[in-house]
Design a protein around this ligand. Sequence first.
Ligand SMILES: C[S@@+](CC[C@H](N)C(=O)[O-])C[C@H]1O[C@@H](n2cnc3c(N)ncnc32)[C@H](O)[C@@H]1O
Length: 219
Amino acid sequence: MNRPLIADVYCCAGGAGRGYGDAGFDVFGVDKVDRSRYPYRFAQGDALEFLRRVVAGDIVVDAVHASPPCQARCAMTLGTNKHLAPNYDDLYDETRELMQAAGLPGVIENPSARPDVVLCGEMFGLGVLRHRNFELVNWSTAKPKHVKHRGRVRGYRHGQWFDGPYIAAYGKGGGKGTVQEMQTAMGIDWTDVHEELTEAIPPAYTRYIGERLMAHLNT
Ligand SMILES: C[S@@+](CC[C@H](N)C(=O)[O-])C[C@H]1O[C@@H](n2cnc3c(N)ncnc32)[C@H](O)[C@@H]1O
């Protein structure tokens, strides 16, 4: 049986992509930066241009996952770093419009995404909390329940040290995770690039969503 093809746009090194591969999809990644460690077929290019070609029917895929960059809308930019907001592209609205127009089942991961599914590392026994919102486009599935955390994220907060079962998989210093700790905590062993790990969705998240998307495509 053919594996359905999912386009993973704004793919970075493929944290999200790997979960769809594990769920049984063929995966094709698109990113404006050369991501040579991406574990599947990859094209360097503009995600919106790629989606316009999907809408036009030039490119045929069965589903789309998009992780548009979140810097423009993340908590830091809306608060402390408000002055930096104009430096960041805000691609979320146009990405969503194009995915709706494509008429294919899609998944958008972004802080502004409608929280149809919200996942946390503890749901999968991971060493990060990394709450992430997933908006489902042109399909739906049941919203899973959040689970209680086992403890705190390790590191300094306002000068005070906290220990805990989770690492901070962003930034450096203050007890934040090392590259090796981020790899282990998220289940990612094919990139050791700090920036790619800080951007990554743990594959367990998209495996969970991918299995439900696969069931939807099979109905
Ligand atoms: C949040 S990261 C994606 C993380 C990825 N989903 C993962 O799990 O590893 C966003 C990515 O979007 C890429 N990007 C930003 N603007 C883009 C554009 N216009 N077209 C394609 N890629 C873009 C960045 O290079 C970055 O790799």
